[in-house]
Design a protein around this ligand. Structure first.
Ligand code: NOJ
Length: 566
């Protein structure tokens, strides 16, 4: 080899090129933060977002046509719930082919167009990774089911019954009934944590891991920026299939209550996540987790011992704070903030009743919607918003069992009406079907579409939408909100939730009145390192303001202000 190749100048040049390449792959800001730490994520439920071909069901071309709207709103990445080919038993969460698009949503070419348009609008695409199970119509399961000798048999969880007509154990499906289904062809049962049409993959089989990881590589090559991982808690099962302990009473489906210790959160989950993270890191991608946890310790585990698992495990404990309670929110926020990872804030999604209904008091619902926006956009961490939250969309639960589309709502009726209510069409304007489609939509639009829609709210400076736009704009431009530490203020205040964000000597104070009466809050910021003469408003709802270090808030009022030490 030519000695010239090893001159110090050339080596230096080569290392600079390598450094540059690495920097491009994982660009970080001065705080070492990556793109997903500053991004605002937006969940699109494709059936319900925008209907490009007017058949009553949303589609990818519909989404593409609305990317400009999302860009102007302040969205940096969209997570699209499953749009792969699927029999739609669980509306896409039963995937029959991971590397294609369901014709009802379009084609791969439509996907590529959407991704290209997203690039122009600076919006990244996150796919939903249904990792725990496939559809029973997936070719792997069809082969697995065909014979005990099938090379795919061990891709799923098959077992003999305990005795004739008795499943292998007492595990109960999340959607009601036994989690085992008997298959007469081979005389064995297969395991399904969700619907029987969603057989669980066997993650103990390395072939499953390889095939599923290749799916992520395939989408990375197509330009996706990451995945939201479905149902990660349930990837593994106890190898001995021990019965879960039975608790007193029955669940909403009339099944025995059991403590799911042998089929949830088993240690193998973390190994899979660590391996998946390696593939994600090679692609500068983000992994978001559907992580249902009961404690901060459980949540912490999902970041990984060395922050080497999920970058964004969703904190659903936040959604379980079921009233506007400053002490409860304070507790949750402090715990998540101190968990050691980057917090991920969610207030509702396609499985959870909309925040408008959960927190609304019937008289101040729009004010409360703004209050909740101010909360999850000003905390340290990444917010993931659900489509329509920015309008104050509300649940539209079915009134009659025969109208229910979500199978779980039919089995659980009336205790569980299913999830149709939070999945209704996006409200674009006050035309028929809320401008979602000229065809009757797959779910009816709530009556509130007449007032709560993009067109009408864009014209009203006091609308929920305009408030979202303001707070999102602030969040994108204010380095304190992007980078700053969190500290709770006035921790004894039962009505006003307030906190300080601080970065490089600058502070932003957030005060949220969670009560239905006017409140004043005084701040003694000396202890936090700032002694302000005044608070300069950045975003405030009508009637909210500051006089020196004292903030006045009307019922459910919001004040976000810069701490100015003059
Ligand atoms: C969680 C998804 O969010 C939900 O909609 C789905 O029914 C289950 N996982 C099963 O995939």
């Amino acid at each position: 080899m030519n000695r010239f190749l090893f001159t110090p100048t050339l080596l230096l040049a080569l290392s600079l090129v390598a450094l540059q390449a690495a920097a491009q792959k994982n660009p970080v800001d001065a705080e070492g933060h990556q793109w997903w730490q500053h991004a605002v994520f937006y969940e699109v439920y494709p059936r319900s977002f925008a209907d490009g071909n007017n058949d009553g069901v949303g589609d990818l071309n519909g989404i593409t046509s609305k990317l400009g709207y999302l860009h102007d709103l302040g969205v940096d990445a969209i997570w699209i719930t499953p749009c792969y080919p699927s029999p739609q038993v669980d509306f896409g969460y039963d995937v029959s082919d991971y590397e294609n698009i369901d014709p009802m949503y379009g084609t791969l070419a439509d996907f590529d167009r959407m991704a290209a348009e997203g690039k122009k609008q600076n919006i990244r695409i996150i796919m939903d990774y249904v990792i725990n199970h496939t559809s029973d119509k997936h070719k792997w399961f069809i082969a697995s089911k065909s014979s005990k000798k099938s090379p795919y048999r061990n891709w799923y969880v098959w077992r003999d019954g305990k005795a004739p007509n008795q499943p292998p154990n007492n595990w109960i499906s999340e959607f009601g009934g036994s989690a085992w289904k008997f298959d007469p062809t081979t005389g064995q049962y297969y395991y399904h944590y969700f619907y029987a049409e969603q057989p669980d993959l066997n993650w103990n089989n390395p072939a499953v891991e390889k095939a599923m990881f290749d799916v992520t590589r395939w989408w990375y090559k197509r330009g996706v920026a990451g995945f939201r991982l479905d149902a990660v808690d349930t990837l593994f099962e106890d190898p001995d299939l021990r019965d879960n302990p039975v608790l007193p009473g029955k669940n909403k489906f009339g099944d025995p209550n059991t403590q799911e210790i042998y089929n949830k959160k088993l240690p193998g989950v973390h190994e899979v996540l660590q391996n998946l993270r390696k593939v994600a890191d090679e692609n500068d991608a983000v992994l978001i987790g559907e992580t249902w946890t009961k404690s901060i310790d459980e949540l912490k585990k999902y970041y990984g011992e060395h922050n080497n698992e999920l970058q964004l495990p969703m904190d659903f404990m936040f959604t379980r704070v079921d009233k506007l309670s400053p002490p409860e929110f304070r507790r949750q926020i402090a715990a998540a903030d101190a968990a050691g990872g980057w917090p991920t804030w969610v207030i509702s999604n396609h499985d959870i009743e909309r925040s408008y209904n959960r927190y609304g008091d019937g008289a101040h619902n729009d004010d409360i919607a703004k209050l909740m926006a101010a909360l999850y956009f000003t905390l340290r961490g990444t917010p993931i918003m659900y489509y329509g939250e920015e309008l104050g969309m509300e649940n539209n639960d079915p009134k009659r069992k025969e109208d229910v589309k979500d199978p779980k709502g039919r089995t659980g009726w009336p205790a569980d009406k299913g999830r149709d209510g939070e999945r209704t069409p996006m409200q674009w304007n006050d035309a028929e079907n809320a401008g979602f489609s000229t065809h009757e939509p797959w779910l009816p639009v709530p009556p509130s579409y007449k007032t709560h829609n993009v067109a009408a709210e864009s014209k009203d400076p006091n609308s929920v939408l305009e408030f979202y736009r303001k707070v999102l704009a602030l969040r994108h431009t204010n380095s304190v909100l992007l980078e700053g530490n969190y500290s709770a203020l006035n921790e004894e205040d039962p009505n006003v939730l307030s906190y300080l964000r601080t970065y490089k000597g600058n502070s932003v104070l957030v005060a949220l009145n969670m009560s239905g009466s006017a409140q004043k809050a005084s701040f003694h910021l000396g202890a936090q390192g700032a002694s302000p003469a005044s608070l300069d408003p950045l975003v405030a709802t009508p009637g909210a303001g500051a006089n020196g270090p004292e903030v006045t808030l009307p019922a459910f009022g919001v004040f976000i202000g810069e701490v100015a030490s003059r």
